[in-house]
Design a binder for this molecule. Sequence first.
Ligand code: ATP
Ligand code: MG
Length: 555
Amino acid sequence: MENETVSRNFIEQIIDKDLEEGAYESICTRFPPEPNGYLHIGHAKSILLNYGLAQQYKGQFNMRFDDTNPTKEKVEFVESIKEDIQWLGADWGDHLYFASDYFDRMYEAAVELIKKGKAYVCDLSADEIREYRGTLKEPGKESPYRNRSVEENLKLFEAMKNGEVENGAKVLRAKIDMASPNMNMRDPVIYRVARMSHHRTGDKWCIYPMYDFAHPLEDAFEGVTHSICTLEFEDHRPLYDWVVREVGFEHPPKQIEFAKLYLTNVVTGKRYIKKLVEDGIVDGWDDPRLVSIAALRRRGFTPESIKLFVELCGVSKANSSVDYAMLEYCIREDLKMKKPRMMAVLEPVKLVIDNYPEDQVEYLDVANNMENPELGSRKVPFGRELYIEREDFMEVPPRKYFRLFPGNEVRLMNAYFVKCESFVKDENGNVTEVHCTYDPETKCGSGFTGRKVKGTIHWVPAKQAIQAEVRLYENIIDEEKGVYNEDGSLNLNPNSLTVLKNCYMEPALADAKAYDSFQFVRNGYFCVDSKDSKEGVPVFNRIVSLKSSFKLPKA
Ligand code: ATP
Ligand code: MG
């Protein structure tokens, strides 16, 4: 093979340069979620990006909970986040950290800033601070408390820490520049009083650091070299750099921003997912219509499919939305060769083969995956009575309908040719039975080379089939009509869930376990639901249908 130059993304180019110039000896990345909800597909991108870079450069990957805001954080979320990251295959080894473990060091850093004259205690209210901040066009005004002495600031900050100050009565602010064109540099608040319990530090602290102060410190304490975040933090970078510089780190981390991953037709923002969960519109954070990682897992997506998806998305500096169909493409690609192709009838109607011996059962040999012989074969019972899809029979066929209709012959997949002779209707005019005759000469695999038929349909044996529930999904948001309604509520697709209670499947599927997945021929890929399946009575989620108009964008 020729020497191939693989094009490097802009983050790899920055890292290459840093290593070349000796800015760092080796790299350290991190994933820093706030434990205030479940992770979603966008976070998966960030996790796989950070973990992937650490692996690629033989560096270190840290898992750090950014738990500096006790109002919204919960242990439940810490556990779910760990589970999701492990499932994705990102291994943090011994490097699991909590920002709350650094509260003492952060406090000391703030005291240092006060001593350097770089931070002060301010008594303005939140509203006043906002007012004093100015606008993009006008500079801000200095706080009347800005020139407090170091001694006074130290004393007041300690009083804040000791719980002697009401919530909101005082804050600690960085002393930077009220006239900076960057609003984030206009003396940002770096500590606030919040007399509340924290899920890890309990009642030890009455003050909590603000994100823009805490985050660079967390990175620097851990020796992170490349702190990768999303674009909305670009304007915060000067403050990030200010903090690590003023606190005095020798090899300060470098913040790099990339564009968030957005997907069409789904909800990614934690806030919105939370609302759907709280309003009871979905069945929890792992409802298969969501794109939280827990939901994708429950629906039947695999870590490999998500990795492929993230790779295809690439990293960029420009915000855009990726077509949901690309995610579907990735799961099809992953399952195509790996999963057995089984027969399941989702909307059944009975088919009777009038000339087939009443009590006879044949066990037909069926390849599990025609494209992958390694998956072996199985036996499927065949008899006089079968179920077929209701839509595979029509009393009056439209043009180009090659399935069953009176007088027409089709192949029963893996079995015989059958010819439709008659049908039975109930009093409402619904077809209840389709009657056929079969030709014993046409057995699949018998070498029969006689006449041809245009249609092949799948079936299950009526006597041995298991009955199971199947759930079909559509995107939860009807994006064609816009994500939001006029009143700001989400524009939900009323058909996002269809429950089919009366499906029939090959008996082998009775043993399917939670998370097992299969192709059901002609109907798509399905996964055993981990929440609602019972021993011997699986419930199947459709992961994705088989067909798509999606084409991979040309590189
Ligand atoms: P959300 O906006 O969904 O609430 P968040 O950014 O508040 O997400 P955090 O827990 O703060 O969630 O994020 C952890 C990491 O994941 C951050 O580094 C953040 O930049 C990254 N991240 C969040 N959303 C996306 C996304 N859509 N695409 C890529 N990375 C993301
Ligand atoms: Mg956040």
